[in-house]
Design a protein around this ligand. Structure first.
Ligand code: FES
Length: 177
């Protein structure tokens, strides 16, 4: 056996080291550039999404009185590990065009999406036929264990803003998740 390293071996070793340092630099760049990856490698960098007001109506004067309106919007969700977008739904209801109630569009039974049944003036969840009062959100039929979940709502400069929040389904109390 020989201790002599051939020129070919040296060249191969140099190529390998160059390749390995390139991979290391790439991983570092990803960690710095991606909050999710940075959080994975350094829990101290974890960042939770701040809750904030979301505009769901531009002009209160155009909102029907005494009839719920459905508003769909996209919310950016960042739990530090995954950054994604979620489609949310709320129902806005007003009796006077000035003060509003906002209901989360998630059924309190097992989390299905429900709809407003205009013919019967009530909300109907198709999954297990849960029924809710149009105005108060109270359960008027089916298995839901509590009324619809109300969300914080405010009117500012003629716009309606809500604070979106999710709650545990299937339990009688309103518990934030
Ligand atoms: S999920 Fe709505 S009634 Fe069951």
């Amino acid at each position: 056996m020989s201790d002599t390293v051939s020129d070919g071996d040296k060249l191969q070793r140099r190529r390998f080291l160059k390749w390995a340092s390139g991979i290391g630099a790439g991983v570092s760049a990803l960690v710095v550039g991606s909050p999710a990856l940075a959080a994975f490698f350094s829990p101290a960098l974890r960042k939770l999404t701040p809750k904030g007001w979301i505009k769901v109506a531009e002009d209160i004067s155009t909102i029907d009185i005494g009839v719920p309106i459905k508003v769909d919007f996209v919310e950016a969700v960042n739990d530090a590990w995954v950054e994604s977008r979620a489609l949310r739904t709320v129902f806005l209801y007003t009796d006077d065009g000035k003060t509003f109630t906002a209901y989360s569009g998630v059924c309190t039974h097992l989390g299905c999406s429900y709809e407003f049944d205009a013919a019967k003036s009530r909300y109907h969840c198709p999954c297990h036929h849960g029924l809710f009062d149009m105005k108060t959100g109270a359960v008027i039929g089916g298995p839901p264990p509590r009324p619809l979940d109300t969300l914080p709502v405010k009117v500012e400069n003629g716009e309606v803003h809500i604070m979106y929040q999710t709650y545990l389904s299937g339990v009688p109390q309103k518990v934030e998740t």
